[in-house]
Design a binder for this molecule. Structure first.
Ligand SMILES: [Zn+2]
Length: 370
């Protein structure tokens, strides 16, 4: 979810009424604040070497964190920043830390969650070491965390396709699992180390299903939001299929074969496709009663338009994420009950459910599959 449009600096203020409605919807749907990881503005660059952009970015950071606070949320996720090729990474990181420390002083109770990047252009946060450097510069360590994006990690050179465990161990050694606040679970159109941030549907990209099967069966990810940021050609139907696919991986003794991914473990495409479909269907059937109706109540952004200020060429976001965002805002604006596979939800609600659904489920006893 977003707290305001990701492509505009300005936004109408949140009303007290809207905040109350949101909190109520959260409670009704059974979401806890730690299940929701709002994504920050694409325009923001809190490490910018350009004073005017830095000023606007810092204002934006504070504004969006304050929106989180008022909505009763505790996490706020964003891309660390970009040096624009005009300053060193070290200098950029110093500016980022100053920005975050200042925001922490001005807004209470919200944890800033840094997302790893694919390393496109001059973005900071490609290497775990860079994220660690930022954490080192934050005065209040209890108010900083990390969100790990599988597509970004892969594009940055971390081989989550064939050795997720080593990547996670490196993450733990350099950053520490205690800082992990969420995952962005995306397959990748671009290959390992390409530094191109192009999200693909789960199992259909260069990463393949095995990585996601491992994630769904790893207790280290229990209780944290797992968020899809993948293409949705059929709108909410695509969302539902992919959520079902993720759930279907839980409890499987082996990873299904990826239908299209050039995964190293892939050998039998046709049988893999059958397995996956069967698993997803079983998962959908077994969940049809427990997930009745849900909303994160944050659909107010749907009429927002495109960026007003994209000419500064220092966006810290991925084009892929922006594409997905574009689709999300075009999706139908109303939530409906989830009673069948034809249910429709808003993009925001779908994303909320993806997160909270994953973690809610994973906190409970494992569902048996037959
Ligand atoms: Zn992401």
């Amino acid at each position: 979810m977003d707290t305001k449009s990701k492509r505009r600096w300005d936004a109408p203020p949140l009303t007290d009424e809207a905040c109350e409605e949101f909190k109520q919807a959260m409670a009704e749907a059974g979401y806890k604040p730690e299940h929701v990881l709002p994504h920050g503005s694409y325009l923001m660059n809190i490490g910018s070497p350009r004073p005017e952009i830095l000023r606007k970015s810092r204002e934006c950071l504070i504004e969006e964190m304050d929106r989180c606070r008022r909505l009763g949320l505790i996490y706020y996720n964003f891309h660390p920043g970009s040096s624009c090729g005009e300053i060193s990474t070290e200098e950029c990181i110093k500016i980022i830390c100053e920005s975050i420390n200042d925001a922490h002083r001005r807004v209470s109770g919200v944890v800033t969650v840094l997302e790893n990047t694919a390393g496109q252009g001059s973005t900071v946060g490609r290497r775990f070491e860079e994220l660690k450097e930022i954490i080192d510069g934050i005065e209040d360590k209890s108010r900083v965390g990390v969100c790990l994006d599988t597509c970004h990690a892969f594009a940055a050179g971390y081989d989550v396709r064939s050795d997720l465990e080593s990547v996670l161990q490196e993450f733990d050694r350099i950053i520490g699992f205690k800082y992990l606040r969420g995952l962005h679970i995306n397959d990748s159109k671009s290959d390992l180390g390409s530094r191109h941030d192009r999200h693909e549907n789960i199992g259909k990209g260069m990463i393949g299903l095995e990585c996601f099967w491992r994630i769904m069966n790893d207790d280290r990810f229990n209780g944290i939001p797992l968020i899809l940021e993948t293409p949705a050609p059929d709108g909410l139907e695509s969302d539902r299929r992919e959520i079902d696919l993720m759930y279907s991986l839980e409890g499987l003794p082996q990873p299904p074969q990826s239908p299209q991914a050039p995964s190293q473990s892939q050998t039998k495409r046709s049988s893999g496709r059958g397995k996956k479909a069967a698993g997803a269907a079983a998962a959908a059937a077994s969940r049809s009663e427990e997930e009745e109706e849900e909303s994160t109540g944050s659909d107010s952004e749907n009429s927002s338009s495109a960026a007003e200020d994209s000419s500064d060429n220092e966006t810290t976001s991925s084009s892929s994420e922006e594409e997905e965002e574009e689709k999300a805002v075009k999706r139908p604006p109303r939530k409906v009950a989830r009673t069948s596979s034809n249910s429709k939800r808003t993009g925001a609600a779908a994303k909320g459910k993806r997160k909270a659904g994953s973690s809610n489920k994973r906190k409970g006893p494992k569902r048996k599959r037959s």
